[in-house]
Ligand binder design. Structure first.
Ligand code: MV4
Length: 499
């Protein structure tokens, strides 16, 4: 019996728990790294061994490749799973892992580097047949050349920074007489923000939908898709709600989309998990936007509708095994929706730090919660504000929406503000319910309204706030015993504090 493989998880929070659980199921040994700010985090206790890699700030810990590699050596790891974010798309890190004789649970360093460079990625994907938004291929710095190109493409135009991404350094130009001024501003901003002022132009895709295709490949030339996801519910380029599959894309277009994605990845010899992001317009024309060479936050919705475990597949293919299924065996059943639960003020979208002093997570048929928080957990200030993902499956989208409302109403995180009220309001939004919504939903078709408490509840909230301000646990608010009134007290207290 060979020794069980030891997998270092170079991440934190819910994704570290997610990967650790997949390791356990496979008989692998999960190993953790953690910053001093995360020493009480659950991913540390769930692992067989853990090593502190530094102070709270990411650059001194989870982003520090040397320290992660040092930990891998100390803990005698055979492989490193990067999760998402942090080092997951750093080609140099993937290479250093390979050079250290370890397995990197992800694509090749070459694939990461290729897709990480926007010009290279666009050129590569165009070569392997993916449609690009009509525009310029290379970076432009000369404004007169740019203006001539813009007139060729036709307005409205998007000016984008080559070194940008996620909407940073992006400008929309409605008509000719605005172009030169906006081009100059975009150029200087890109120069300042990224040290690279090169810009490129694209025709503006009206009513844009963000549609992405989940890909997984092995090192034997097999590449499969696991259908698509709609990720158009975003705010300031941060995904808020994701769905599988897209309620907007027709079956005919879906087949074209997934075939194009698989064909491109086969031609690239891509392996491990990856997601190709597309912009889609109202006529369902789709255009390559970018490729993420890692597992994504929203992978649970894909796992819900296909019944496949993406992390286990990642680990299999990383060690040279074949995918455990063929494309013909990938089924699609029902509909799934994921809600990113953030510790944030849903009105101001400002992140919240603080202590969670009451937790009630939803459960039941078709309910999955990925979280690392617990009662008494202190939310560190160093990392992003997502503290849980609630993903819901239903036989169809209607059932998934109804189940989502029930589950989110059960979700209580006491002591901090969260965006749960925002999710509940989006679920009641006509545009969202219609399934035909674009990336402009939040801000154009949906505006968050702070919930009003009935007068009587306001009084209760003030009492509850007064009581809890003196550190007493008011009666009945201990979860599991909460009757309706105390539950309102709890919410009231939160609302009370909120006012
Ligand atoms: C666009 C676009 C419309 N037309 N490009 C935003 C960040 C980056 N992923 C690309 N983005 C966009 N590029 C053209 N030619 C609209 C967006 C866009 C967007 C895209 C996907 C998801 C959310 C978005 C929010 C605002 C704008």
């Amino acid at each position: 019996m060979s020794k069980p493989r030891r997998i270092l998880i170079a991440n934190r929070g819910e994704i570290a728990l997610r990967v650790a659980r997949a390791c356990r199921e496979m008989g692998y040994i999960p190993l953790a790294v953690y910053s001093k700010a995360d020493r009480m985090s659950r991913h540390v206790s769930l692992a067989d061994a853990a090593h502190c890699i530094g102070e709270g700030p990411s650059m001194h810990s989870y982003l520090n490749a040397e320290r992660v590699l040092e930990a891998a050596k100390l803990l005698k790891a055979d492989a490193i799973h990067p999760g998402y974010g942090f080092l997951s798309e750093k080609a140099d890190f993937a290479k250093a892992v390979r050079d250290a004789g370890l397995v990197f649970v992800g694509p090749s360093p070459e694939a990461i580097s290729n897709m990480g460079d926007k010009v290279m990625a666009r050129r590569t994907m165009e070569k392997v047949g993916l449609p690009l938004v009509p525009g310029t291929k290379d970076g432009i710095t000369d404004e007169n050349e740019a203006f001539a190109k813009a007139k060729e493409i036709g307005f409205p135009i998007m000016i984008k920074a080559l070194a940008g991404g996620g909407g940073r350094g992006m400008r929309m130009v409605m008509k000719e007489d605005e172009f030169l001024n906006l081009f100059r501003r975009a150029h200087s901003e890109a120069e300042k923000a990224f040290g690279d002022g090169r810009l490129y132009l694209e025709r503006y895709v009206t009513s844009p939908h963000h549609i992405e295709v989940q890909i997984i490949g092995d090192q034997h030339g097999n590449v499969c898709h696991l259908f698509d996801r709609e990720c158009s519910v975003q705010r300031r380029h941060q995904k808020v709600i994701e769905e599988a599959t897209s309620p907007f894309v027709t079956e005919k277009v879906r087949q074209k989309l997934v075939d194009a994605a698989v064909d491109a990845c086969k031609r690239l010899g891509y392996f491990n998990a990856g997601t190709i992001e597309f912009l889609m317009d109202d006529n369902q024309e789709f255009y390559f936007m970018e490729m993420n060479t890692r597992l994504q936050v929203e992978h649970p919705v894909t796992e819900w509708i296909t019944g496949r475990d993406l992390v286990k597949e990642q680990l299999r293919v990383a060690f040279g095994e074949k995918l455990s299924f063929t494309q013909e065996q990938v089924e699609r059943r029902g509909h799934a929706i994921e809600f990113r639960i953030n510790a944030e003020d849903p009105e101001k979208f400002l992140p919240q730090a603080g202590r969670i002093n009451g937790v009630n997570m939803p459960a039941g048929v078709g309910v999955r919660v990925d979280t690392h928080v617990y009662r008494g957990y202190e939310i560190p200030v160093f990392y992003d504000s997502m503290i849980a993902k609630v993903s819901i499956w239903g036989r169809d989208r209607q059932e998934a929406i109804a189940r989502s409302k029930a589950a989110l109403r059960e979700t209580i995180l006491n002591g901090i503000k969260t965006n749960v009220p925002l999710h509940l309001q989006i679920l009641d939004n006509e545009k969202f319910i219609s399934g035909n919504y674009t990336t402009r939903l939040i801000g154009e078709d949906f505006h968050y309204k702070a919930p009003e408490l009935p007068e009587s509840e306001v009084k209760m909230a003030m009492i509850a706030a007064a009581v809890s301000a003196y550190g007493k646990e008011f009666q009945g608010a201990k979860w599991g015993m909460a009757d309706k009134s105390s539950r309102w007290k709890a919410i009231g207290r939160e609302e009370g504090l909120r006012r």
